[in-house]
Design a binder for this molecule. Structure first.
Ligand SMILES: [Zn+2]
Ligand SMILES: [Zn+2]
Length: 343
């Protein structure tokens, strides 16, 4: 086993490093800067070069963060480690490990759909593929991004006609930037609230060109008289005082889990949902796994059982491997499980 699950995270004993550890360690190799994959407190971080700015923003200026260009191996105690684009968010990587003729790839989070804010997923041939499974059920089938952007623009237009500010709730790292890139910025003023602003300068520094939203101060939002669209993290849906300060609003949540009834029920106060995710859907996952040419697949981070059954039917060796990564926006995989179980 080139990688095993330990109390601190996925550990490569041969190279003496961890991948996306959930506890602080000496040497952390990081797939991407989402909070559940990039935990603070480790002595040293190594990540794909385009993600260095995001990781520094997450970890603070004191953290030791080293970047490695995509595709260029680096030697860690005799293990050749290389990063390949995962298509999930800016700088996200699959991590390829080669040791004594055996090749493992740890996928991190990934998607195959187009996203102008990050480099596209590339299949990396390997013996063992360790894959995420956030949306690994056949019910998860994403529509093309252009279709979703069209739906959101249409919703924004209707809100403008009704004099209501559009509050679009989406994860602040990755999804917010993908929406900025895809929405029609000519339609009206774009605002961003709090955490939705946090990573924008790191994207700009990495050369990702996006419309620049203005801070969602209540007086500026009200002055736009319902023409504006505010990007905000999902938690802001529970901030009644903030929402109330904006004048008339319409709220919508962007997430992959919107497709599942259990998530919709929990989001009762949110008026609209758009099914859109920075994770692969069922077809994306199965396509990526087949493209890896792996003979053994290790599954974690989501719908492990469902994907494992399907892979074994296709003739793969497939096993679960335990990790502590959260679902999309923290809880959605759990909700999907509950729904699948008839809850
Ligand atoms: Zn992620
Ligand atoms: Zn994740």
């Amino acid at each position: 086993m080139l990688i095993e699950s330990t109390s601190h995270g996925l550990y490569c004993e041969a190279g003496d490093f961890f991948i996306d550890p959930w506890e602080p360690v000496d040497r952390a190799v990081i797939t991407h800067a989402h909070a559940d994959h990039a935990v603070a407190g480790s002595e040293a971080y190594l990540t794909a070069e385009p993600g260095v700015g995001l990781l520094r923003e997450r970890m603070g200026a004191a953290a030791y963060v080293q970047g490695q260009p995509y595709g260029e191996p680096i030697d860690l105690n005799g293990v050749a480690v290389a990063f390949f684009p995962a298509g999930h968010i800016l700088g996200s990587a699959q991590i390829r490990l080669e040791f004594q003729g055996e090749v493992w790839v740890v996928s991190g989070d990934y998607k195959l759909a187009t996203d102008p804010t990050c480099e596209p997923f590339v299949p990396v041939p390997c013996d063992v593929f360790l894959t995420e499974a956030t949306f690994a059920m056949p019910v998860f089938q994403w529509r093309r991004p252009q279709v979703i952007f069209g739906q959101i623009d249409e919703w924004w237009l209707r809100n403008q006609a009704a004099g209501r500010t559009s509050v679009l709730l989406a994860d602040g790292l990755g999804m917010t930037q993908r929406l900025l890139a895809g929405l029609d910025a000519e339609m009206g003023p774009l605002f961003a609230q709090g955490a939705a602003r946090r990573f924008l300068s790191a994207y700009a520094a990495a050369g990702v060109e996006l419309p620049v939203p203005v801070p969602a101060a209540a007086d500026a939002v009200r002055a736009a008289q319902g023409r504006g669209l505010i990007l905000a993290p999902p938690a802001m849906a529970e901030d009644a005082a903030w929402l109330g300060s904006l004048g008339p609003v319409s709220t919508a949540l962007v997430s992959g889990g919107m497709q599942v009834l259990g998530v919709r029920r929990r989001q009762r106060d949110i008026e609209r949902g758009f099914v859109f995710s920075d994770h692969a859907d069922w077809n994306g996952l199965t396509t990526a796994i087949q493209a890896s040419e792996a003979r053994h697949v290790l599954i974690t981070h989501g719908q492990v059982e469902e994907l494992g059954r399907w892979l074994r039917r296709q003739g793969f060796a497939a096993d679960a491997i335990a990790t502590k990564y959260a679902g999309e926006m923290g809880s959605e995989a759990t909700d999907a499980e509950a729904t699948a179980a008839g809850a």
